[in-house]
Write a protein that binds this ligand. Structure first.
Ligand code: PLP
Length: 473
């Protein structure tokens, strides 16, 4: 597939062509009135759909697929070669020096973050500096290994760089690592990573960047090892990059993973085993226990190729336009509260959290799904402290809520509705969302919905989808 001939095409032609590269975009989904409607995914921050060229490449590769590493047959040799090539493509995409750094494949970003935490050479009394805008996967793993402190965010949820530096200065020598998100999965705010990397290094800390949210939206260069702006560890996930085949990535200095034994032990991680001695193998195999996900790596490498062909700048500019358009339209609906700073759009991905005043966030997203065929997400988006900060939840409310949740009642779970764009979304899709939200705000939705206390979810009364009609084994 040659994308480049479309680079000069006008914006509309390009968008139409890009949309044709997405699997399942024309799929119609059932609504509760019995009709079918073309599905609109505004939940790309959770997972993006698959790219057709990725699916085609996986299909092409499966003819050659075989066990890798020790297999001596041609298919094994080719599969091993392809797996290594995928690693190289991933490394080159982020400009890392592959002589000194390892590209380790994992199952997803959460597993990669856990591995980073488990393998980082912490000393006694080490501190990890993180921030209040983190996904739980870039918070909880560190808590298991060190004391974690958090840089503040301002009233809009933007990272407070002064507070970050204050903390780096105050705990110099103890903060060994700054673990920071590349972009928030709640507000879409992008952190100035190179400026922050430089700060971290000035105070003798390393920096690990959770780029799960960033990678399919903005270009990112880890820079050379001796550059003060170098990113030491980078983590991301293929299912948010149009390649949902179960692959995550952890890139970091070989020296980190060379010391000690691997995180998980077993086949593939050893050079030699006797009944009383084990010699670990080299990197990256040492950190990829068992049979690796070669198909996932092929998918990710192809997705990277396509993202590069489209151009990360083209993607960023299209998504920025969509975000500005959606902000304006959302802002015009009576009773919509948009969280974050509506005027701050330079360093922001297409991720917008909002609420429709008195309507529960769960009710809004359920109606959007069942009556408009629009997929969004609601709740706290695996970032409870950040969302509570944005919502202004008081300590008293928070304590009351904890008590209710302990008793299995999720009725009052705070949260918001989140829409998030990919490079293939259109203004027309945003118009459909706005229309549906306006109908909800006028209480013109059709069905009665009831709240399931235990799930904290709204469901239509006396209705359920017959999933077997759409997919079965
Ligand atoms: C910022 C951020 N970090 C980490 C994760 C976890 O990614 P994964 O689902 O690949 O483990 C997500 C997923 O939503 C995320 O948005």
């Amino acid at each position: 597939m040659v994308m480049s001939k479309f680079i000069d095409a006008d914006q509309q032609n390009k968008l139409e062509y890009f949309r044709k590269q997405i699997v399942g975009l024309d799929k119609k989904v059932p609504l509760l009135d019995g009709s079918l409607k073309r599905y609109i995914s505004l939940d790309n921050a959770a997972s993006t759909p698959c790219l057709k060229p990725v699916l085609d490449k996986v299909d092409e590769f499966l003819d050659w697929y075989s066990s890798i590493h020790r297999g001596s047959g041609f298919k094994s040799l080719l599969s091993s070669h392809v797996y290594d090539l995928a690693r190289q493509i991933v490394g080159e995409f982020v400009g890392v020096d592959l002589r000194t750094n390892a590209v380790i494949f994992t199952k997803n970003a959460s597993e990669a973050l856990n591995k980073s935490a488990n393998r980082f050479p912490f000393g006694d009394d080490s501190i990890v500096l993180s921030s209040l805008m983190e996904h739980h996967s870039n918070d909880l793993p560190w808590r298991k290994r060190a004391k974690v402190i958090y840089a503040e965010v301002d009233k809009y949820g933007v990272l407070d760089l002064d507070d970050l530096e204050r903390k780096l200065k105050k705990h110099k020598g103890k903060i060994q690592l700054l673990a920071l998100t590349g972009a928030s999965n709640v507000t879409g705010y992008v952190n100035p990573l190179h400026q922050i990397a430089s700060l971290a290094h000035r105070y003798d800390a390393k920096i690990a960047v959770d780029a799960a949210q960033l990678m399919s939206h903005r270009p990112l260069d880890m820079k050379s090892d001796n550059d003060p702006e170098h990113i030491d560890y980078l983590i991301f996930s293929a299912h948010k990059m149009y390649a949902p085949f179960g692959t995550g990535v952890l890139i970091g200095p070989k020296s980190t993973f060379q010391q000690g034994g691997p995180e998980h032990v077993g086949g593939g991680t050893v050079e030699l085993v006797t009944l009383d001695e084990v010699q670990w193998t080299g990197l990256p195999d040492k950190e990829e226990v068992g049979s690796p996900n070669v198909v996932g790596a092929v998918a990710l490498a192809e997705a990277i190729k396509i993202l590069k062909e489209i151009g990360m700048e083209t993607i960023a500019s299209h998504e920025k336009k969509l975000t500005q358009y959606a902000m304006k339209k959302l802002g015009s609906i009576k009773d919509v509260i948009i969280y974050g700073n509506q005027d701050y759009d330079e360093n922001r991905l297409g991720v917008i959290p909002f609420n429709l005043n008195e309507f529960h966030h769960g009710l809004v997203s359920t109606i959007l799904s069942y009556e408009a065929g629009i997929g969004v997400r609601h709740g706290c988006f695996c970032a409870h402290p950040y969302v509570n900060r944005l919502l202004g939840t008081t300590e008293e409310e928070s304590i009351k809520l904890r008590g209710e949740i302990k008793k299995g009642n999720k009725t009052n779970l705070p949260g918001a509705v989140r829409i998030s764009f990919g490079f293939y979304n259109t203004e027309e899709e945003i118009d459909q969302l706005i229309e549906a939200l306006e109908r909800i705000s006028r209480r013109e939705y059709k069905e009665k919905y009831k709240l399931d206390e235990k799930l904290g979810e709204y469901l239509p009364e006396d209705f359920s989808f017959d999933y077997k009609k759409y997919f079965d084994f």
